[in-house]
Design a protein around this ligand. Structure first.
Ligand code: HEM
Length: 121
């Protein structure tokens, strides 16, 4: 598989992750109890997104020849990936407060993008 293949996989992962977060967060913020198939859609897209981000991320690293000695920004992204995994339970428990949770998640996603694009360390 090519670098471009893994990059598109990575970006699809990002889309799925925020699709899952968004569905659950908007429902919680409006006090709606989702039907079980809709909840499954949110949790499944969140989980699939995490998986695609990880596989696509490591796939790109391999294609870039960076697997042997991973730069510091990759560890930053891995930490954000773990936080994004925990984020779904924050949305479940605190999603009713709305904007602060949305801003936290969007801030984490933006930080992950900045780390990959600027590679500061
Ligand atoms: C939730 C977590 C993550 C988010 C939101 C995220 C987001 C992004 C974004 C927006 C880009 C820029 C794509 C572009 O250049 O067009 C990117 C690139 C990249 N990400 Fe991630 N990412 C995440 C996690 C990870 C993880 C866990 C890894 C490593 C295992 C990783 C490795 C990479 C690599 C290698 C690149 C390409 C850098 C380059 O082309 O120079 N990312 N990511």
């Amino acid at each position: 598989m090519s670098y471009e293949f893994y990059k598109i996989m990575h970006l699809l992962g990002l889309i799925c992750l925020f699709f899952g977060f968004g569905g659950l967060l908007v429902a919680a913020y409006s006090g709606v109890t989702l039907k079980s198939n809709a909840r499954v859609m949110s949790f499944a897209t969140h989980g699939l997104g995490l998986l695609l981000l990880l596989v696509g991320g490591f796939g790109m690293l391999a294609k870039m020849g960076l697997m042997a000695q991973m730069p510091g920004w990759v560890y930053g992204k891995l930490a954000i990936w773990v936080l994004m995994g925990a984020g779904i339970s924050v949305v479940k428990r605190k999603g009713y407060i709305g904007w602060p949770v949305a801003i936290l998640l969007l801030g984490l996603g933006t930080t992950a993008a900045i780390l990959a694009i600027t590679k500061p360390f």
